[in-house]
Ligand binder design. Structure first.
Ligand code: SF4
Length: 466
């Protein structure tokens, strides 16, 4: 059942369609659009909504920056993301000079920062539309306002309790899809800007999530990725609270759905109930992304992660006791203020004990407005890089060791896309999230087939269909 906001925004999509038809008549050609996504899977999912609305209104998608409407969906998790955005934005100015019909939009996490809005107002006056993370669903309405007023629209919401999902979506893949199950985060890790730009946790009703998944399965989707900043705290704010594990039990029952993935988990909230549901499931993939951030209990305390080294290791042990072959991947943030060589050693120790299948390692980036930004003992760049290099080397060695275990096995893989380097190969993915390159026709894309893993290449396999 559509809620009032969904009804209203769908009316704006229709109105936008009329506006674009008028413009196309005047131009004598189709209007083009380009959507660029920075950052995480939550942003990628939002961009599918932006593109869905633009295409529904009549725009034709283009890769080129020289489009009639260009929108950047921004990320602000690290400072270099901001700098990259300003660089890309500056490069758009000449196109706008050449095409007076061109409009430029900005949205996403970076736009929730007041200092950023001031900078854009002062230095990038040619931007036409700016909105944030809380009113993505108003995109069609905002475009109508922009075109009708032919003036700049800035509409940033500080927060929202609204959840509006039933809007046009243009999925990147026909056979798999991300699904938002919740928004926001209440954890306030001291280095993280997300709670300030994505707001408090709001879970979607399980019925709405299940209905959306059934619609996707009818549409040919075989694999879903449940998305949330911290999926393990799903359901806490619902009128009738249910656990994340219970949500998974209900999703498991959906006919035609073959694979279930989820991210991101938080170690402090990962329950034994969830481990049991994963262990007995036929559809939940044997992969869990479990950010560690640091192996030092002292640093974890300063990060406000609410678990220590021993608790993380004990959790991994509980998971492996029930699902011995599970793939565990993680995020590690190095060079946090005050980090010592001993802290680095603690992190290396956890890596050696856990043996992650893969780890995304980052260097701490000061984010204005977070508690860590004003902490003493910020490290110098040389030390930051040295700490990072030590851990990166360790992670790569132990992941290579861990991934070898699959060699020679026959496993079901989902064929995803033509390999970038050799079109004769298709990139496929195991339930463990490990990539396999298989010589196969593109007609295999979207199918799950058994493949024998013939050769290991450090972080991926080659294999043949059996
Ligand atoms: S759990 Fe921590 S790191 Fe993750 S989004 Fe929330 S505050 Fe940021």
């Amino acid at each position: 059942m559509l809620n009032n906001d969904e009804i209203l925004q769908l009316q704006y999509v229709e109105k936008l369609k009329t506006i674009i038809e008028e413009k196309e008549k005047a131009l004598g050609r189709k209007m083009t659009c380009q959507v660029t996504t920075f950052g995480c899977q939550m942003n990628a999912r939002d961009s599918e909504k932006l593109l869905g609305i633009l295409k529904k209104a009549g725009f034709v998608e283009t890769e080129s920056d020289d489009a009639d409407f260009v929108i950047y969906n921004t990320c602000t998790v690290r400072d270099n993301a901001n700098q990259r955005l300003y660089g890309r934005l500056g490069a758009l100015k000449p196109y706008k000079k050449k095409n007076p019909n061109m409009k430029i939009g900005l949205c996403g996490c970076m736009m929730q920062e007041p200092t950023v809005i001031e900078k854009i107002k002062n230095s990038y006056g040619f931007v036409d539309l700016i909105f944030g993370t809380h009113n993505v669903f108003c995109f069609a309405e905002l475009l109508c306002r922009m075109y009708e007023s032919d003036s700049r629209i800035i509409d940033i919401w500080e927060k929202t309790d609204k959840i509006v999902e039933a809007l046009p979506i243009d999925r990147k893949y026909s056979f798999k899809s991300g699904i938002n199950i919740m928004f926001g985060c209440n954890n306030f890790c001291t280095y993280c800007i997300v709670p300030y730009v994505r707001g408090r946790e709001r879970s979607r009703n399980p019925e709405d999530i299940i209905a959306e998944i059934k619609g996707l399965v009818d549409d040919g989707v075989v694999e879903i990725m449940l998305l949330g900043q911290n999926v393990n705290s799903y359901g806490k704010n619902l009128e009738d609270p249910i656990s994340f594990a219970e949500l998974l039990r209900r999703i498991e029952k959906i006919e035609g759905l073959e694979r279930i993935r989820f991210m991101t988990s938080h170690p402090k909230d990962l329950s034994d109930e969830l481990i049991d549901v994963m262990a007995s499931s036929k559809k939940i993939c044997d992969h869990i992304h479990l950010p560690l951030q640091s192996g030092s209990s002292r640093i974890l305390k300063k990060m406000n992660r609410c678990y220590d080294k021993e608790q993380y290791l004990a959790l991994v042990e509980r998971i492996r006791a029930k699902i011995p072959d599970i793939s565990i991947t993680t995020d590690i943030l190095m060079a946090f203020p005050g980090e010592t060589d001993e802290d680095v050693e603690e992190t290396v120790d956890v890596i050696r004990k856990v043996k992650f299948d893969n780890a995304f390692t980052f260097i701490y980036s000061k984010r204005t407005g977070t508690p860590a930004a004003s902490m003493p003992d910020q490290l110098d760049e040389g030390t930051m890089q040295r700490h990072f290099d030590v851990v990166l080397k360790e992670v790569q060695e132990s992941a290579r060791e861990r991934l070898k275990r699959f060699e020679g096995r026959t496993v079901p893989v989902l064929f995803e896309e033509v390999n970038d380097h050799d079109p004769e190969y298709i990139d496929a993915r195991m339930t463990s999230n490990t990539v396999v390159h298989v010589k196969a026709p593109s007609s295999c894309i979207g199918k799950i087939m058994n493949v024998k893993l013939t050769e290991f290449h450090g972080f991926y396999y080659t294999g043949e269909i059996v």
